[in-house]
Design a protein around this ligand. Sequence first.
Ligand SMILES: Nc1nc2c(ncn2[C@@H]2O[C@H](COP(=O)(O)O[C@H]3[C@@H](O)[C@H](n4cnc5c(=O)[nH]c(N)nc54)O[C@@H]3COP(=O)(O)O)[C@@H](O)[C@H]2O)c(=O)[nH]1
Length: 864
Amino acid sequence: MNHMHTPSPVVDMPVRRSPFRQSLLVRLSMMFALGGLLVVAILLIGNRVLEDAKQRLEDTVIRQVQPLAATHRLQTRSNELRTLELELPTVRDVFALPQYAERMQVEIEAMTAELTPFLAVLASSRPDDARRLERHWASYRGDLQEVIRLAGKMDLAAAEAITSTRTRTAHAAISSILRELVGATEQAATEAYRQARDEQQRQQRFFLILSLGGFLFLAAGLVIFARSLSRRLRTVRDAATRLAAGEHRAPIAISGNDEISDLGQAFNAMQEIVVSRERSLRAAQEELEDRVAQRTQALATANARLWMLSQAVEQNPIGVLIASADRSVEYANAAYVRVTGRPADARLASSLPEAADPERSREVDAAFRAALLAARDWDGERRSRRPDGSEYWEHVRLVAMRTEQGRPEHLLLMREDITERRTQEEKVAYQAYYDGLTALPNRTLALDRLQQATGRATREGTMCAVMFIDLDNFKQINDTLGHVAGDELLCQASVRLRSVIRAEDTVARLGGDEFLIILGVAQASDADAVATKIIQAFAPPFQIEGREFAASPSIGVSLFPDDGNDPSVLLRNADLAMYEAKDAGRNTFRFFNQKIHDDSVARMEMERELRGALERGELQVHFQPLVAARDGRLVGAEALLRWTHPLLGRVPPDRFIPIAEQSGLIVSIGNWVLDQACTHAARWREACGGEFVIAVNVSPRQFATPGLVDTIRACVERHAIPRNQLEIEVTEGLLIRNPGEVREAMLALEAIGVTVALDDFGTGYSSLSYLRAFPFHTIKIDRSFIRDLSEDAEDCALVVAAIRMARALGLRVVAEGVETEVQSRFLTLQESDVLQGYLFGPPIPPEDFVADWVHNPTRKAFSS
Ligand SMILES: Nc1nc2c(ncn2[C@@H]2O[C@H](COP(=O)(O)O[C@H]3[C@@H](O)[C@H](n4cnc5c(=O)[nH]c(N)nc54)O[C@@H]3COP(=O)(O)O)[C@@H](O)[C@H]2O)c(=O)[nH]1
């Protein structure tokens, strides 16, 4: 069985897949790009926020510092003016005084120029201070202008007076306001700075949080991605581990549409292939293991066989010698030494035994040597001699053992001691051709001799005679004295036959009490003389077991070439002539002639006609009444077969029944008669009273046919007639042929209630032993004894004795052939039970039997 599996096709496993392809690279790139963008965004935002915070801080500083600086500058200028104002009255140099005045004027202008925007700004945040400062400046400037004017007039004292009073107050007020402003501005600046710094710190925290959030988001994204990556890779890894461990599970399901899902799919495909391969591998392995087991088994068997064969060769009674192609002996078993009587030599040629009869073995030996030289198979038989002088028959067989290429590699030489077989064969051959009892040639050899004799006669232009001899009373002697006596008679008869012929002629025993003589004769009269001599040779009685017995021969003679060319034809014609001699009264001889031939042909033709008679409706069954002797009442009928041939007319049963018997046709015909008889008996039984018995003749051939009892039983059951109302009539001849089987069949019939009658009683041996040995119910005294009852006292005595004997044995007696009243009265007086004969009625067709008998069972009895 082939367990190889082809890998199954890879099937896509059911996985959740995104409709969009996202390779890991793309995803990672996207992730990093996103992360980068996030970082950049965070940085930009952070930078921006910090910049803003810083800007705001700077702005705040600037915003706060500018008024402070302006305030400081105004302070400085006002102080400068005060200084100039105070110095001016002290200037003693008239020429330098204008310059001072001018400087003061410039300073006033600068102060005014600087103060104007300052006031504008201050008015928005501190309007009171702005008004106060403006008012004080205006007052101070006016005073200074006055000072300058007074200085110009050189009124320094006035100027000094103003500077030491009024300007001092104004300047002090301005300085005070400016100091206040400085203080307030410093406080505001500090506050603004603090706020700006707080804002900046908030922005920094926000940036930090944003950065942290961005980082966390990025980290989370990375973690999720990594986890997903890891989980899916783990799935593949676990599956791969399981696969490696030989555990096969269902295909794995990897979500996504990237390299890992591809990997999952590839894994599934690989797993499928691996599983399939593994299955194939396992199947292949199992197959391999099977094969190995088989081979191992085969090897073991072969080894055992080899051992057995070697034992067989070793123990073989046939001598076996193996030689190499160059005829060096390599092996010889024990039997080889035993058969040939000497050890095997190193060279094959010198190992061969000596011929017992070199002259007769010459051809065989030459053929053997040629086969040996050519290294080809050969076998033959020869008679050989051992070194100790004993001779034996051996069957020699040479076998060239060849390589596959046909080159002879070894020579196998087998020598079998066949002495026993040859002896046996000679014996068998003898038995095949000779009769074991008389040592005469048997039928086979006789036919062979006849063939030779006809050949010789043809060549020499002479004749030969074939004599078929049958011993007339052999059966009687054999049956009464037993087989040993019968054998003795045959042996003595064969000696007598041998004594009357020449050595070159043949006496053979064909079987039983039949002998054949083959003579070479010049003319028919020579055969006549020999036949006469045979009759004479048998004339003296035979001495058997101390008693004398007469045994005459009936001889039929056929001549070659007149009566046939073929041995079997000559034999058959001699056989026919022998029957003619028997019919002529026995103890005589007859030559085959045309009449015998014609009779034989007529018999054959009758047989041919008889074959289809039943189908053509030419057969009928007639019934003859059986009447009770005491009152003439009808007690039964005998069924008797009739044949009316369209050309031959009525053929008497005596003529066609033997032919039917010989040809075997009697079996089917007899079954038909039985059926007809039972059919009619069933119809008539009622009318004839319960005792009506139908008698049917059953021939020896029917008895020899298996299943007769079953056929009879089936017939009786089919027609529903009581079994004891059927009687089977058999003749004595039946009992002689097969007593054991016939008795068994009769017992079987008795067991089913069918009775058996012994027909034609008195014509054979009518031995009492038969009547005791077989379960008969009735004897039928043959009509030949009844016929001469009134004239022949012997017949009379015989009939009386038969009736008494039957009575003593409890048998019913039927007397047949009763034709006269005298016979009838006598038989009635002698207490015969049943009478049958023309006196009461002949066999008649069934319709006549119905009219004549069934309707009036007592009508005809004693009517004549
Ligand atoms: N196996 C079978 N044998 C059969 C069957 N039918 C007949 N036979 C046998 O044939 C033999 C000749 O029979 P058949 O010619 O029929 O003669 C019978 C009677 O007709 C004859 N018979 C009877 N009464 C008289 C008489 O008063 N005178 C006289 N001359 N003949 C008479 O006897 C024969 C009775 O036969 P059986 O009782 O059987 O001896 C004969 O041997 C038949 O058995 C058949 O179907 N099967």
